[in-house]
Write a protein that binds this ligand. Structure first.
Ligand SMILES: Nc1ncnc2c1ncn2[C@@H]1O[C@H](COP(=O)(O)OP(=O)(O)OP(=O)(O)O)[C@@H](O)[C@H]1O
Ligand SMILES: [Mg+2]
Length: 259
């Protein structure tokens, strides 16, 4: 077992507001961690801490893989509509995933281009390589960003709500793909769909100011309540689903078509 990342007694926030308190978490090479928690609970903040985009107010963050020189973490940010404004091609977005390891002015090789095309084809959007981002749907753009997270062949793949815009079929394809990828990289995935992720992940981190690490993929509503994670599990047939108990969006993930 190789340790990739360790957070020790981390507290973090913005200005005077504390968002995360006393967080301890270790990520090892074969981990597949589902991160759940209510809106505003600090999931994205936790990821920013892991990536070094935000410095903790207290505690320490150690990224053990960074010394190897290769790009160590692949990251899919939480996609917002704003991302559509960048008028660059799909191929360039995917290739930009190599920038952190090779520098801004690196010229992509033919091999890089081939890898990018392969990833796009695997995600079912091979035909979109030369479109610009503003010509894509939310779900298509989400797939492009997943390709960008993967192109550097990272040791740790971090996905912040990859299922926001995607349909049910892509969602299950994505999870099957993640299980394959998990054979060679650790994965940390944020999702509001507790039922669905718990079907695929190995362990669960509940984040709501504090982080409770649950060393199993099976979690009950009572345990969620004990972890102060106000989420409700709704099950539909074989694949369980969930919605937030108090959601603020009009858009409720209630994929009845799974039945
Ligand atoms: N850049 C920022 N400046 C100030 N406050 C911020 C900033 N980013 C996030 N916050 C606040 O920190 C808290 C945690 O936000 P965070 O984005 O980590 O939540 P989250 O668990 O990812 O939520 P969601 O499920 O909605 O994505 C929220 O109250 C949010 O308003
Ligand atoms: Mg978030």
């Amino acid at each position: 077992m190789t340790k990739l990342l360790q957070l020790t007694n981390v507290s973090a926030g913005y200005n005077d507001m504390v968002v995360l308190r006393d967080v301890n978490l270790e990520i090892n090479d074969h981990d597949f961690i589902g991160v759940i928690g209510p809106n505003g609970g600090g999931k994205t903040t936790l990821i920013k801490i892991m990536l070094g985009l935000l410095k903790p107010a207290r505690g320490s963050v150690t990224r053990f893989g960074e010394a190897s020189g290769s790009s160590f973490i692949g990251y899919l940010p939480q996609v917002t509509q704003v991302d559509k404004k960048f008028p660059i091609t799909v191929l360039d977005i995917v290739l930009s995933g190599l920038m952190s390891s090779r520098g801004k002015f690196y010229r992509y090789s033919r091999h890089d281009n081939e890898t990018a095309h392969q990833l796009l084809a695997q995600m079912g959007i091979g035909g979109l390589a030369h479109r610009t981002s503003r010509e894509l749907s939310g779900g298509q753009l989400q797939r492009v960003f997943i390709c960008r997270a993967l192109i550097s062949n990272p040791k740790l793949l971090i996905l912040d709500e990859p299922n926001t815009f995607v349909d049910n079929r892509f969602e299950s394809d994505l999870y099957e793909r993640l299980i394959e990828l998990n054979k060679k990289m650790a994965i940390l995935i944020v999702s509001h769909d507790v039922g669905t992720i718990s079907y695929y992940v190995k362990t669960i981190a509940c984040v709501n100011e504090y982080l409770h690490y649950h060393r199993s993929n099976i979690i009950t509503e009572q345990q969620l309540a004990d972890y102060n994670c106000p989420l409700q599990i709704i099950t539909h047939g074989d694949v369980p689903h969930t919605v937030l108990q108090k959601h603020e969006h009009d858009h409720v993930h209630n994929h009845d078509s799974h039945e």
